[in-house]
Design a protein around this ligand. Structure first.
Ligand SMILES: [Fe+2]
Length: 384
């Protein structure tokens, strides 16, 4: 993030803090409870957002060098992304053409071929079937017809997007956020660890939980309150995406001309289901995926990336403890709250939720979803 932008944001945050305010939307926003419980809306989300895409598969740092690969699962679909010798990522449907087994799971490195673990059919960099044990058993099939099916993949500003519908999907529209993200050089980061959790909540509630600072001093009274200002954040939309700047208490000691970044957390919501959090010394990526069969369930993945690979056990332990801490706060505080909210919405406890003017990020997310899905947005001002 360039210094001029840091200075502009610093001035904005100072003015908001001094006025005991935060960035405000023009009006409150009424969100029907059914947005989190309706099975037909879920089907539409899965079809329009996840089955077609583009959807963020991960960061370039998930496969930094030629030969590196990683698998990506979303709503029952799976892709394998593999970096070619020319440095470009290729993406394939992660299904062996023999008996449909997933060819690759997790992440790894393969220089020549990817080998299916079931019967060792192997595929080359172009996805072509390279070999199969017991060739005579398949003497009457054309191996040229049995390559991995290709998928579209784009890589920009260290972000990797994939489309699950074979054929071109189009690049993700970052709406200008890429200009900032490029400066973070995310491609140079090192993936420390990814953890996966299943929660009894709609996937959108987990995204909502990141999108405002209003709850910081209440839900996180013991954990984040000592570190962060509450109900103070700067909000900017980048097309379908947005950036929320959370403000550390250390911001109050920031001298004129000092750099903003050590005193804030930059949270980018990457439409539809990812939240990338840029901290001074590391990056966290959250991805939330609906259970395509259940609006009340989702899977959340959290990945921690560090600027450099750990040089030894001490550094490795440091990052593991760091991830333990982050994972603990989100799991036991944020996502635990999401589960309680979901239970209430499922029980019909409230007909709608009210997003405050001080929660513009949450409203932006839901307005955008309705626009993209072509569904009815109940964005009328409420409580006035
Ligand atoms: Fe939170």
């Amino acid at each position: 993030m360039d210094l001029a932008l840091q200075e502009r944001l610093t001035a904005r945050i100072k003015a908001l803090r001094d006025a005991r305010s935060t960035d405000l939307a023009a009006a409150t926003y009424q969100l029907p409870a059914a947005d989190y419980t309706d099975a037909s809306l879920l089907a539409r989300e899965v079809e329009r957002l996840f089955a077609t895409g583009p959807v963020l598969a991960g960061l370039s740092a998930d496969a930094p060098a030629p030969g590196d690969w990683f698998s990506f699962e979303a709503c029952g679909r799976s892709a394998v992304l593999w970096r070619a010798p020319d440095g470009r990522l290729r993406a394939f449907v992660n299904a062996c053409r023999h008996r449909g087994m997933r060819v690759a799971s997790g992440h790894g490195h393969a220089d020549g071929v990817l080998v299916c673990p079931y019967h060792a059919w192997s595929y080359d960099r172009e996805g072509r079937l390279a070999s199969m044990p017991g060739r005579a058993g398949f003497s009457d099939v054309a191996t040229t017809d049995l390559g991995l099916r290709g998928l579209s993949v784009t890589e920009h500003a260290g972000l990797v997007y994939v489309g699950f519908t074979p054929g071109p999907t189009g690049a993700a529209d970052l709406g200008g956020a890429e200009a900032e993200l490029v400066g973070f050089d995310l491609a140079s980061y090192h993936r420390i660890e990814r953890r996966e959790h299943r929660f009894a909540t709609n996937w959108k509630l987990t995204i909502d939980s990141f999108m405002e600072a209003y709850h910081l001093h209440f839900l996180h009274a013991e954990t984040l309150r000592p570190i962060f200002h509450g109900n103070l954040s700067a909000f900017d939309a980048f097309g379908r995406n947005c950036r929320i700047v959370g403000v550390r208490r250390s911001f109050d000691a920031l001298e004129d001309g000092g750099g903003l970044l050590p005193h804030v957390t930059l949270l980018y919501q990457l439409f539809p289901n990812a939240v990338l959090i840029y901290q001074q010394d590391h990056v966290e990526l959250y991805q939330s995926f609906p259970d395509p069969a259940d609006p009340h369930a989702c899977e959340v993945r959290v990945t921690l990336y560090a600027p450099q690979a750990p040089t030894g056990d001490r550094e490795r332990d440091y990052w593991t403890r760091n991830l333990d801490l982050i994972d603990d706060v989100t799991t036991t505080e944020d996502f635990a709250a999401c589960e309680k909210i979901q239970a209430n919405l499922r029980a019909g406890a409230v007909p709608f939720l009210v997003l405050g003017r001080n929660e513009p990020g949450v409203a932006h997310f839901h307005r955008t979803l309705h626009e993209v899905l072509g569904t009815n947005s109940k964005g009328a001002p409420s409580c006035t």
